[in-house]
Design a protein. Structure first.
Length: 257
């Protein structure tokens, strides 16, 4: 069984997925961050593949992409860094990225390299559904990679059900029609959206992302889904001075305790 599927079977609620950009703040921080996140209590870790035009991301994650690329991070180097990761980290790992660098790397090579490193799933926000079904799905499945699609408050019920039928692992439930970034709280409009989706009886678990930044917003998201994704707020933690592992531990524990 895939680690993501096993996670939601053993922990159906309050799942914390933490995102960071590979190569940020330093080029060789990837493995250290992964190990610190697992030790601190993160349930699922999402590694961002740096890209020059991350259209779904806000200024914090865009800036981390710029730094990572300036540091020299590439998809090839990321695969090298993750070569022995399953000897060090056991939690599910998802790669999040835009399709262009993956196409340049080579789809089959990418999926085979992911499988060899124990990567559990992928989030590719700009991968069209029809292209996934026609081209990518057989390759992903052959290599044991679960594929997550995103929904937003503007996504129609018919589209949500189509996504539920073709997603594996979990649905990424975007909290608002905006780019990523920490927000001050959860609005009544967002709660109505969460409740509407809750009432649809979807087969996949759901994680809420965009605007989840602290214990308050994490707790509120967990009232309406199986858990949440924190990205921009964690990227800011990585930029703090002092001991990175201690900063990571303090942040994660502040969210989940």
């Amino acid at each position: 069984m895939n680690r993501i599927e096993k996670l939601f079977q053993t922990k159906p609620n309050r799942v914390l997925n933490v995102y960071f950009t590979a190569g940020y703040p330093k080029l060789d921080d990837t493995v250290s961050i992964l190990k610190a996140l697992e030790a601190s209590g993160a349930d699922l870790i999402e590694i961002g593949i740096p890209f020059s035009d991350p259209v779904a991301d806000g200024p914090t994650i865009q800036a981390s992409n710029d730094v990572a690329l300036s540091n020299g991070m590439t998809l090839k180097l990321l695969m090298e860094q993750l070569k022995d990761i399953r000897n060090q980290v056991s939690v599910p790992i998802v790669l999040m990225g835009y399709i262009n660098p993956i196409v340049q790397y080579g789809i089959e090579r990418f999926c085979e390299d992911c499988a060899a490193r124990g990567i559990d799933g992928l989030i590719l926000p700009d991968l069209p559904m029809h292209e996934y079904l026609e081209v990518y799905k057989p390759i992903f499945e052959k290599n044991g990679l679960l594929n997550t699609f995103l929904i937003t408050p503007q996504t129609s019920e018919a589209r949500i059900r189509e996504i539920d039928n073709n997603t594996s692992g979990f649905i990424y439930m975007v909290s608002s029609a905006s780019t990523t970034g920490a927000k001050s709280g959860i609005s009544e409009e967002q709660e109505a959206y969460f409740k509407r989706v809750n009432g649809m009886g979807l087969k996949n678990p759901r994680l809420i992302g965009f605007g989840i930044s602290n214990k308050e917003t994490f707790d509120k998201a967990c009232e309406n889904a199986n858990g949440a994704i924190i990205g921009s707020a964690f990227i800011k933690v990585l930029g703090l001075e002092g001991d990175m592992e201690a900063n990571i531990n303090e942040f994660v524990n502040g969210v989940i305790r």
